[in-house]
Structures are given as structure tokens and as C-alpha cells.
Design a protein around this ligand. Structure first.
Ligand code: PMT
Length: 404
């Protein structure tokens, strides 16, 4: 299926390097040409000879090598592939790529790749504590926000004897990701998707506000996934600590009323609306112009914010409307009620009672409810993976709607 495609396989120094031999074999069997670059540490784990034997090509690992056709070989190596994958990707190569450090061949080639033309998949593999280290998590997040695709590591026995998340995704899974990216990657070409993300802030006074725990991760992941699949993406976001994904039209807002206005202004010409934002339902009636001073008990008077989704459903023409619901109880019933009240085509119900779901985490556990009454239970997965799954389902159900 991948006949004639060129894949760059970067291998960094982790015990999972042995699996990259299997990945190379699978790619060759699919008809790809595979160019391997190994870091110095990778060669301690697997022999370049093995990779050479499997791919039939010289294996590169140094910036300065006699085999190169020119002194700018790193640029040539970055221009040739249709896709690059780093498997395994250690904490070190992730950190260097996120920080813009190019001190060996693999990191330099990764920096010279134009992500618009050549998608890059990173397959992290490391000890669970290393993977959970805030620096590593931050780097992964930065890389995803910049357009790198990160293959979620699996859970299980780790080489160090510990058990947890950190196993490199299996070669067959990586092959699936590569195929999806190279063959079916642009199924949203020409479609405009408006996504809302993050929390809103409702001022109490010049220094305080009402808000919630939304980090924006779910909405930003959806925006990145839709962009990767060729959509024109408009991302309307409340305040978050995230870097806006590249290549999307980014419209920052602060309050629910601002979000309402920006979304309504952008409604015409939009094909799909996905509301992952956690919008404050209420705002203080009259925010104080000065910092409120302490004085015994205090009562806050709040007024309802506009319900953006409900308003969209009264104004929408052809748009496919997807809402989110974050529930602590009666997940399905509450989500179904919201879907009916707001006349949605589909709702994504986050199960807040479960670890790894909902606010401010990189993963989610959800149920997808559809207008036709059907429900799908989706197990724990990364918000990126979930975003692709949601986009797959939107395509399927939107297709049925348009046929009616
Ligand atoms: O940002 P993260 O940290 O990644 O977390 C993701 C998330 C948990 C915030 C997200 O997945 C999510 O569930 N968002 C919706 C949160 C919620 O419970 O919303 P709600 O029940 O208040 O509203 C239901 C739907 O109506 C949502 O699509 C919301 O965007 C929309 N809404 C709500 C209120 C309002 N005034 N206007 C709206 O449009």
C-alpha cells in the first residue's frame, strides 16, 4: 500500500530499539524505501548492520560522514522523505527537538524537516517516572502543539522491571499511524471546522475572576488533529497556558460573552462546530471597578451567561454541531438531556468519575452519544487519539445526515 513512499526512520537509544527493526521490515514489505538515522546511543542497543541489512541502504549517524554527497546532507535527508518517524524516541531526543537543539545528525535533520510537507511521528519509550516528569510532559505537549504526532506509549512491563506507561507503541500500531498519515490523512480537505476550547473567565474585580479547571488540552488536540487532516480550523479559545497549534486561525477570548460574539461572527461558512470549551454559566452581575476589600461575609450576585451552543442550534443552517459534557454523575442521562436541549448532532460525554478523564489531563475516557440514539463507549486514550476518533465519527454521521 505504501509503494514508492520514502520513510525516514530515526532510532534513538532505548531498549525498544529492537522493535524498530521490525518496523523497518514492515515498511519495506509495504513497498516503502526506508532511510535509517541512528543516534550514537542507539548503536549500543541495535547494530547499524541489522538496519542496513533490512533496508538495503547505508545507515547514517554522524553529521560528518564520507558517504555523504554534500556538506549539507542533513538538508537532503530532511527533504527526501514523505514521512519521518522516530522510534524509539527517548526523553533526550524529545527534549532536544522541543528546545531547538541540533547537536547530532538526527536532531539536526528533525529541525530541517518542513512539517507542512513531511509529517513527523515520535514514538516515546522510557521509564514511567521519566515519562511523567513535568519536563518530558511539557516537551511532548510543546511538540504536539507544533504539529508533531506523538504515538501514545503503552502500559505494561518496562525494561527496568517497573510496571506502568512508557512502552513504545508496537510496530504494527506505528505502521497503522504511518498508513493513516500517508494514505488517508487529508479527509477534511476543504471543510471548515470551528472549535472552542479552554475555560472562560468572569471578572469579580480587577484582580479576581470565576473560572474552571479546563486546560484547553481537549480543544487544542481537536484543532491539531483537524488541521492535520486538511481542515481549515478556527480555534476560539479562552485563556490557557498552551501554545496555539500552528496553521489554525486562533481567536483568543476571555469571557463567555466574548466567546459568544466571536463564534456567532464566524458561524457563516463553517461546516462543523465542536464546542469543547468549558463556558462559565454565570458571571457577576456587576464586576467591581476596584479590588474588593475584606469585610465579613460576602454574597455574590450572578447573572446567566448566554448559552452559546443553544443559540448556535437556533441559527445554524447546514452545520454539524458537536457538544461536550463533563459530568460527575448520571453521565449518559445528563449528556443525552444536554444533547436534546441544545439540538446537537453528537455529544462527547467525559466521565469525570474516572482517573485520566476530563479536565487538565492528556487522556480522556468518554461516551459518544448520537442523535439517532446510539451510544459508543470509548476507553482511556490520549486526547490526540480521541480527537482523531471523534473526527472519524463526525465524518461518518455527517455523511449520513447529508444523504438524508
Ligand atoms: O480543557 P481540558 O482540560 O482538556 O478539559 C476538557 C473538558 C473537560 C473541558 C472538555 O472535554 C469538556 O467536557 N467541555 C465541556 C464542559 C462542560 O461540562 O460543559 P457544560 O456541561 O457546561 O456545557 C455543555 C456544552 O454546552 C459544552 O459543549 C459547552 O461548550 C456548551 N456551553 C455551555 C455553557 C454555555 N454558556 N455555552 C455553551 O456553549
Amino acid at each position: 500500500m505504501l509503494q514508492g513512499r520514502a520513510v525516514l526512520l530515526g532510532i534513538s537509544g532505548g531498549i525498544a530499539a529492537y522493535k524498530s527493526a521490525e518496523l523497518a521490515r514492515l515498511l519495506i514489505r509495504e513497498g516503502c524505501s526506508v532511510q535509517v538515522i541512528m543516534t550514537r546511543s542507539a548503536k549500543k542497543f541495535i547494530s547499524p548492520l541489522t538496519m542496513h541489512g533490512l533496508t538495503g541502504r547505508p545507515v547514517y549517524s554522524s553529521l560528518f560522514h564520507d558517504h555523504y554527497r554534500a556538506a549539507t546532507a542533513h538538508i537532503e535527508l530532511a527533504r527526501e522523505p514523505d514521512l519521518a518517524i522516530v522510534a524509539p524516541a527517548t526523553a533526550n531526543i524529545l527534549g532536544k527537538t522541543a528546545m531547538g537543539i541540533a547537536d547530532d545528525l538526527l536532531s539536526t535533520v528533525l529541525m530541517a524537516i518542513d512539517l507542512e510537507k513531511c509529517p513527523v511521528i515520535l514514538a516515546p519509550s522510557m521509564n514511567v517516572t521519566m515519562l511523567e516528569n513535568p519536563a518530558v510532559r511539557g516537551n511532548i505537549h510543546t511538540l504536539e502543539a507544533r504539529g508533531f504526532l506523538v504515538a501514545d506509549p503503552g502500559r505494561g512491563d518496562l525494561a527496568c522491571g517497573e510496571v506502568g506507561k512508557g512502552r513504545m507503541a508496537e510496530p504494527l500500531e506505528l505502521l497503522g499511524l504511518i498508513k493513516k498519515r500517508l494514505l488517508g490523512g487529508r479527509d477534511y480537505e476543504g471543510v471548515t471546522v470551528l472549535i472552542s476550547a479552554g475555560p472562560t473567565r468572569e471578572a469579580l474585580d480587577p484582580v479576581r475572576f470565576l473560572t474552571n479547571h479546563s486546560s484547553g488540552k481537549m480543544g487544542y488536540a481537536l484543532a491539531g488533529a483537524a488541521r492535520d487532516r486538511g481542515a481549515n480550523v478556527i480555534l476560539v479559545s479562552g485563556p490557557t497556558a498552551l501554545e496555539p497549534p500552528w496553521g489554525v486561525r486562533f481567536l483568543p477570548v476571555v469571557t463567555a460573552e466574548e466567546m459568544y460574539k466571536v463564534i456567532m461572527d464566524n458561524l457563516p461558512g463553517t461546516d462543523i462546530i465542536i464546542k469543547a470549551a468549558a463556558v462559565a454559566d454565570y458571571r457577576p452581575v456587576e464586576p467591581s471597578g476596584q479590588k474588593i476589600k475584606k469585610a465579613g461575609e460576602m454574597q455574590l450576585k450572578l447573572v446567566r451567561n448566554p448559552d452559546i451552543l443553544r443559540e448556535i442550534s437556533t441559527r445554524k443552517t447546514v452545520q454539524f454541531l458537536v457538544g461536550f459534557a463533563a459530568e460527575t454523575e448520571n453521565l449518559q442521562e445528563n449528556a443525552r438531556r444536554k444533547m436534546e436541549e441544545k439540538k446537537l448532532d453528537m455529544i462527547v460525554a467525559n466521565d469525570l468519575g474516572q482517573e485520566g478523564a476530563g479536565f487538565n489531563v492528556d487522556t480522556n475516557i468518554v461516551r459518544l452519544l448520537y442523535k439517532d440514539g446510539s451510544v459508543e463507549k470509548i476507553p482511556l486514550m490520549s486526547k490526540i487519539q480521541l480527537s482523531h476518533l471523534i473526527l472519524d465519527r463526525i465524518r461518518k454521521h455527517r455523511g449520513t445526515e447529508t444523504e438524508k
